[in-house]
Design a protein around this ligand. Sequence first.
Ligand code: ADP
Ligand code: MG
Length: 663
Amino acid sequence: MMTETSHPPTAMPSFEQLGLPDHLLATLAEVGYETPSPIQAMCIPHLLAGHDLLGEAQTGTGKTAAFALPILVRLDLASKEPQALVLTPTRELALQVSEAFTRYARHLRNFHVLPIYGGQSMVVQLRQLARGAQVIVGTPGRIMDHLERGSLKFDALSMLVLDEADEMLRMGFIDDVEWILEHTPSTRQTALFSATLPAAIRGVAHRHLREPEEVRIRAATTTVEKIRQRYWLVRGVDKLDALTRILDAEEKLDAALVFVRTKIGTEELADKLAARGYAAAALNGDMTQGLRERVIEQLKNGSLDIVVATDVAARGIDVPRISHVINYDIPYDTEAYVHRIGRTGRAGREGVAILFVAPRERRMLKSIEHATRQPIEPIALPSREDVSSLRISQFKQKVLDTLADPDMEPGFFMNVVEEIVEENDLSSREVAAALAYLVQVGRPLQIEEEEGRGWEQATVLHPQGKPPRRESFVADAPRTRGARRDRNTTDAVPEKVFASGKTQRYRIAVGRDHGVTPREIVGAIANEGGIEGKLIGQIDLFNDFSTVELPALPSGLLATLKRIVVCNRPLDMRPFREDEALPARRPRSAVDSRRDDRSHKAAAKPWEKQAREKQVQEKRGGREKWISRSSGESRPSRKNAVQQGGRSFTNHTTSWKKRREQK
Ligand code: ADP
Ligand code: MG
């Protein structure tokens, strides 16, 4: 049977109506989910009823809860045997899904979920498996390993989910997936989720699903006139910083409606904006009707400029002043998007819609373009300098307006200033400067290092080389320094991408003159590019550029790395040509002599090839030796050392990763 929809938000059933038990309803209220997303509304009843399911929906539509919630309902927690298996294409996704299970199971006792993926220590995994878990979330390769070893037994398996099946196909895992399917009880319930359904995936569904319910989140087509649609690709700068720059620099911004996904999110973001001097408030379903009406009234009469809302709470708002709709969190489906942006461009005015799109949400962007039959243009984020000069010119205008204000009574205030001048032997310029300073506190004219600093630091590893805790990746405390990043800015790069084993030197446009350190480079490439630290080889710093040795990168990834900002500059990464003249000011040091016995060219000579093969083997053995490969010799004591004019730096990314694995 085929269910196809994208519900208008008004038709969405509640979580209660979907038949979820009280403890999950409580959890959902706590995590701030107001209503089920369309895919959740359509899948949860089928999965609770034990049917197989084929779900076609894009990233960001809320698939995880769509399968995790029914699984949690149907588990037998008295047993610790694996009863549900979720296969994901990447380790990053495996971790995300298993974190989601933990989040949704907070009121369940004796619940255990275990992520299992390649690259993690076998010893640790075996120990964890021996302890038992009802839900296993893993990448196909490692799950196969454990099945073959007998360390994982699926005799009690009753539910199986293939998440992002088309990604698994694209990455060449589909045979492994089928093998696993064949090694699980045929009585199991199976759900297959995929953004697209190419023939190969339909084939898998045909072979392994029994009379599946088909659910598709269809892209509806609508036209939105008078609304200029733009998007910003979430990269480098965190979303909050980006939002404030946009709010400051957008021309003709009167009032803005900012959409986030959760009720908690509305409050957090509104508080942060208010702390930065914006007239902002939250609007969500937890607020009483009276309170909501007041917020809307304030937005109408101009005592508020920014309202941060959830889809449900903003339904039907009609405030002609709303010049901008900002999709801070991407909507679940194109209809929700159309509904959101319809809050602007009202009463014959023009409207602007800005969408924040994380790299993994780009497919949703395409469907929105398709649905609205309009191209959505990318925007360049205004720089800190732009924002500063804008604030200064607004400030000047405010001073002039104040002088022209008939209510001001200039005589009285001039007397006060005069007194300060005389009593303290100051100039009136000095007094004016102090007053200007006072006025701008809370919304500084000069955007200082600190305010903008976070996103540069975000690319730098923890000073002690320790891992930032995962949680700290989530953008929070707006003015604090230190790593803060939105979790969804990075896609983990699957190891298979680098299967060729070739390395390449890349040139990046930051060097010593820009104050870069090797650690920042490693941090940026590892964190922002999602490339494991152990794959990052030798780094050489020059005056105005640096080189870094990496596995040969596919062009998509290279394009991503190009845009990463370090020390205020995009890396602009490109392959380094060995015949490129090295700059005159390059120091002659230990690096030079060492360079002579390194070969950066393709391994042409037999001994080089041999050395390369040896390195590849060593790598297979689980040790990180990319660095020594390039020097043609093994230097175990200097593993992952990076050089700066002859000095070595340890690649901390590797050491903390290893430490984590040993835990
Ligand atoms: P997908 O797997 O389809 O890419 P996810 O399951 O990862 O999507 O969900 C994307 C985001 O939406 C997550 O941050 C999740 O917490 C949030 N989310 C999911 N369902 C809801 C909901 N019903 N209400 C609010 N937020 C939700
Ligand atoms: Mg997902």
